[in-house]
Design a protein around this ligand. Structure first.
Ligand SMILES: [Zn+2]
Length: 418
């Protein structure tokens, strides 16, 4: 071998050595380019999701190379959860999507953190994908996939509002989150009550009559396999004292007779039990006479100026000049429209779930039974009819046979109109 050849071999050897050193250094740097520490966390139905599968890409030597690490995660067992609307919360990720599978079928999904609405009880698989996007060109980025299995045994939610009620209030009982199609039933001695469907489940109204004693009144609701007993705590309200005097002529008239009272009672007992299967009204009620002035309020102790006898007032007297239009205080179905000696022109409107308005002493009735009326639809004309000597409309509201304070429905304070 000539000198020149030996020189080239030497140069080649040096180059190879340098390449090996450089390569080794590069490899070492590549190995040392540690993936970023785990920064994505996820929780579902209050439990932290663990052992995600992670794919994480890190740049090496500036942006010359990139290194991708993959960690295989596991399927976490979450056991049984009790809510059909579990919440997913993910932190540290830029793009999040989640999907729930029931018997292999995708049945619920959510983008970002939020609530999954699960349609039925059963065994679910959950898959949450959380992406961390590069913050600069070729920056570190990756994907976390959390997988879990759980069993949904959702129990219907039963609530009463208000749980602390005053005499004269309407209490709303709600059952929500029913997944098995069950229709709830209710038992309480507080009031007749009938469930009607709503957007989120079922609702029943309870009337707290002015004579209901203070204390706890149990309300038992059964829905499918679930039975829950809640308490409505009733407190006494304060009621006014009023003196009213009717002439002897009125007391001795047909309107004041026992026969008139019996005919009235028979007619009203006939409508107390009516309960339509839907709520016709939505929101605040209106006074049935726009210009009426409340004289005798709900629940008032009314003393007969002549005899001293005391009675209670089941509605509100709205003093109003005769021939004033009388209108439906809320949407509903007319269930009584006629003349009674005791109450003159008489209109009863069912507003759904057994809550009704009663309008007495009208000079004229301008609606018929089974008319569907909107709020504000004229149903009659005011007067001085029946057992009264003052121009007024008696406005009463009952749930079943239990009277409540109409003012709370009109002023919007009642839970029934919120
Ligand atoms: Zn009255």
């Amino acid at each position: 071998m000539g000198r020149i050849a030996k020189f080239f071999v030497w140069v080649l050897m040096v180059l190879l050595f340098l390449c090996a050193v450089l390569g080794g250094a590069l490899y070492l740097m590549y190995r040392m380019a540690a993936p970023e520490p785990s920064q994505v966390t996820a929780s579902f139905a209050g439990a932290e999701l663990k052992s995600p599968s992670v794919t994480w890409t890190t740049p090496v030597l500036g942006d010359l190379f990139e290194r991708t690490d993959e960690t295989q995660g596991g399927v976490m067992q979450l056991g049984t959860i009790g809510t059909a609307v579990p919440e997913l919360a993910v932190t540290g990720a830029d793009v999040v999507s989640a999907e729930a599978f029931l018997d292999g079928q995708s049945v619920a999904s959510v983008s970002g953190s939020g609530v999954l609405t699960l349609p039925a009880n059963g065994t679910y698989t959950l898959r949450v994908t959380a992406q961390v996007t590069p913050k600069r060109a070729n920056g570190p980025h990756g994907t976390y996939v959390f997988e879990a299995e759980f069993t949904l045994k959702a129990v219907p939610q039963i609530t009463v509002e208000p749980a602390s009620a005053l005499q004269g209030d309407v209490v709303v009982v709600r059952v929500e989150g029913i997944l098995d199609g069950s229709v709830p039933t209710i038992e309480t001695e507080l009031s007749p009550a009938y469930f009607v469907p709503t957007d989120t489940g079922y609702e029943a109204l309870l009337g707290v009559h002015y004579n209901k004693s203070g204390g706890e009144w149990p309300v038992t609701v059964t829905c499918g396999d679930t039975t829950g007993t809640l308490a409505v705590t009733v407190s006494g309200a304060s009621f006014e004292k009023v003196t009213e005097t009717l002439s002897d002529a009125m007391k001795q008239s047909a309107a004041g007779s026992a026969a008139a009272l019996k005919a009235f009672n028979d007619a009203m007992y006939g409508v107390y039990g009516i309960h339509d299967g839907e709520l016709y009204f939505d929101g605040q009620w209106k006074w049935p006479v726009a210009t009426g002035v409340a004289t005798v309020p709900y629940g008032a102790f009314v003393t007969d100026g002549a005899t001293g006898e005391e009675s209670r007032h089941t509605g509100i007297d709205l003093s109003v000049s005769i021939n004033t239009p009388v209108t439906a205080p809320a949407a509903g179905r007319v269930v009584y429209a006629g003349w009674l000696d005791r109450t003159g022109g008489t209109v009863v409107i069912e507003h759904g779930a057994g809550i009704k308005s009663y309008l007495f002493h009208l000079a004229e009735v301008t609606c018929s039974v089974n008319d569907m009326v909107a709020q504000g639809t004229q149903v009659g004309v005011s007067g001085i009819a029946g057992y009264t000597e003052k121009p007024h409309v008696h406005f009463e509201v009952r749930v079943g046979n239990q009277s409540v304070d109409p003012a709370k429905l009109v002023n919007g304070s009642s839970a029934a109109v919120k």
